[in-house]
Ligand binder design. Structure first.
Ligand code: BEZ
Length: 211
């Protein structure tokens, strides 16, 4: 069954390149980014793992832990890590789950048989500290993900979990945000002391409150 926003992220125990983990315990009170790649020793995946490793400090700043997965073995992941370091200029610095029996892939519906009946698609699950799924993304094998976009949505998820705002199209950290329509103007004046512009009664823009 597909995992939907708001669901509790399924818990599991699995072997990884950094030892055996119990997923929820490993997450602790962090945010989590669980993402699958189709196969070790393949070109797009090599670039993705290098880019996520290079950006690890950005995820750390956001109290977010990265964890990858493919249906290859931990030994295979470890062998491939050398290629990632050699070709991408960044060594792997977060765990990759070995999932040869597809146990975790099936739990998270990461194998889409009409795309490929054995390999995982490029899934991304962003999980909050409450262990609820906050965002899902699915890309085909042929299209590498954008690390900047994943950081951007993480910024939005973290901001909107703290303040009664939402983020508009193409928003990036530091940009104007939208005040929740349910908040009356009088309350908005105290909640958003930097002020706001009313473009329509339902569309009120305010500077990002935590900047
Ligand atoms: C890739 O990472 O390049 C890839 C992986 C599996 C199938 C196709 C492409």
């Amino acid at each position: 069954m597909a995992i939907r926003l708001g669901d509790t992220a399924p818990d599991f125990t699995a072997d990884t390149t950094e030892g055996t983990i119990q997923f929820h315990e490993w997450l602790g009170d962090s945010w989590g980014i669980l993402f699958s790649h189709p196969k070790d020793f393949t070109p797009v995946c090599t670039t993705e793992l290098g880019a996520f490793s290079a950006a690890k400090s950005e995820f750390d700043k956001r109290n977010a832990k990265l964890i990858g997965l493919s249906v290859d073995s931990v030994e295979s992941h470890k062998g491939w890590a050398g290629d990632i370091a050699e070709t991408q200029g960044s060594a792997l610095n977060f765990p990759i789950i070995g999932d040869e029996d597809h146990r975790v892939a099936d739990l998270y519906d990461m194998i889409h048989p009409n795309a490929n009946d054995t390999l995982t698609v490029r899934s991304v699950f962003i999980i909050g500290p409450d262990k609820k799924v906050k965002l899902t993304l699915t890309y085909p094998a042929s299209t590498g993900r954008n690390v900047g976009e994943i950081l951007r949505v993480l910024d939005s998820l973290q901001l909107t979990s703290e303040y009664q705002v939402s983020t508009p199209v193409n928003w990036t950290d530091g940009g104007e945000v939208i005040i929740a329509p349910a908040i009356p103007d009088e309350e908005a004046k105290t909640r958003f002391p930097k002020g706001f512009k009313t473009l329509k009664p339902y569309l009120r823009m305010t500077p990002q409150p935590n900047k």
